[in-house]
Design a protein around this ligand. Structure first.
Ligand SMILES: C[S@@+](CC[C@H](N)C(=O)[O-])C[C@H]1O[C@@H](n2cnc3c(N)ncnc32)[C@H](O)[C@@H]1O
Length: 371
């Protein structure tokens, strides 16, 4: 990476010298992500997760009474600590330094802190992940996290929207009346980014999610988004873990399916992908935005929060398509998509090259087709 910013007080925490990251493997990323800021956001969040992981392990003590069904999470914390780079300052000081540099990372740190507070009770089997992460007393936690004002979350939305545009351009003869379906649309931040990227080319946009509260937020956001004005918008509750025959969606009527940070949490990823494939019109496009594991078994920082949730951990495993719970590695995504009948699978950026250049890289978009 060239054009490095002047050294800041947090530079000593990073796993890599930004000036040494080659740009070429990231050439397919949009310009706003080919920046030092993109890497700093990832590194700062990772350093904070390491500090909080250290705190959880210290609080539990060496002979922690961990509930049997939570032992894999306890092992994850040990593995994360084993791969943690430099010793970070304590979390309180680190939080201060990070916010001094990037105040917009506040919602990401708040979510990590909420998880941290709940970890001891969770590990002992006294609390569920959803009681920790969906505390009615903190309703803004997710709204501020699933937001394009949160640079950590926005990067995935920008990348997925960019990959969608690249794939549509590749198709030639650009269609200007796209019918879009989004699954796991949450609070609508990925929809905001896609609408901004494909302005003027969308006819209809159906947003679906399992959570009525999130969908309500999405509707509020899109109602005030000027670019969404001319688009016919519908909102529908949809549980991707239910058989696709119950989804109440007509087959072959969608040009683009958008799914940002959701498919890694479905129980049977190949079955869900297969169901989505049946909804696509001939030549239709599937666009996934995902945290992708740089290598099998390698912990990634978003797991600190998301592995508290049952649906993240309790999934159908398969040695080829789903070798471990939570986030998939690139080879497993490819195998899952192929088994579900997709072809023309493309990773943006080229994931193998990106990880070779920056071993902590874990953000990807995947596009694929079903004829
Ligand atoms: C990481 S969030 C995505 C947030 C969204 N991209 C946004 O911009 O706000 C994952 C979303 O998937 C939804 N989800 C989780 N499991 C699901 C399922 N089985 N079926 C449908 N949606 C699900 C969650 O409710 C959540 O809104």
């Amino acid at each position: 990476m060239t054009g490095a910013a002047p050294s800041l007080r947090t530079d000593g925490l990073f796993t890599i010298d930004f000036a040494r990251i080659p740009l070429e493997p990231f050439s397919e990323m949009p310009p706003e992500l080919r920046t030092e800021r993109f890497f700093r956001v990832n590194e700062l969040t990772n350093a904070y997760v390491d500090a909080r992981t250290r705190d959880v392990v210290a609080q539990m003590g060496v002979s922690a009474p961990v509930a049997a069904d939570r032992s894999n999470v306890w092992q994850w914390l040990q593995r994360k600590l084993a791969c943690a780079g430099k010793l970070t300052p304590g979390a309180v000081e680190l939080r201060r330094l990070i916010l001094e540099e990037l105040p917009s990372l506040g919602p990401a740190l708040d979510l990590i802190d909420a998880a941290f507070e709940g970890y001891p009770g969770f590990l002992r089997g006294e609390r569920t992940g959803s009681s920790i992460l969906f505390d009615p007393g903190a309703p803004e936690l997710w709204n501020s996290y699933f937001s394009n004002a949160n640079p950590l979350y926005a990067a995935g939305n920008i990348l997925a929207a960019h990959a969608a545009a690249l794939a549509l351009d590749d198709q030639g003869g650009v269609k200007s009346s796209l019918r879009i379906l989004e699954v796991g649309a949450g609070c609508g931040s990925a929809a905001e980014a896609l609408i901004a990227r494909l302005a003027g080319r969308i006819e209809s946009y159906r947003l679906t999610d399992i959570s009525p509260g999130f969908l309500r937020k999405a509707r509020e956001r899109l109602d005030v988004l000027e670019a969404a004005g001319p688009i016919a918008r519908t909102y529908q509750l949809l549980d991707l873990n239910r058989p696709s025959s119950t989804w109440r969606l007509p087959a072959l009527e969608v040009d683009l399916i958008h799914a940002v940070n959701v498919l890694h949490s479905v129980r049977d990823v190949v079955a869900t992908l297969g169901g989505l494939g049946e909804l696509l019109a001939p030549g239709g496009l599937l666009v996934l935005g995902e945290c992708i594991r740089p290598a099998r078994g390698q912990p990634v920082h978003p797991e600190f929060v998301f592995q508290l949730l049952d649906e993240f951990r309790n999934v159908t495993l398969d040695p080829l398509t789903r070798p471990e719970p939570g986030f998939l590695d690139a080879a497993s995504w490819r195998a899952s998509l192929e088994q579900a009948g997709f072809h023309g699978i493309r990773f943006v950026p080229d994931f193998v090259k990106a990880v070779a250049a920056y071993p902590a890289h874990s953000l990807g978009a995947i596009t694929a087709r079903r004829d």
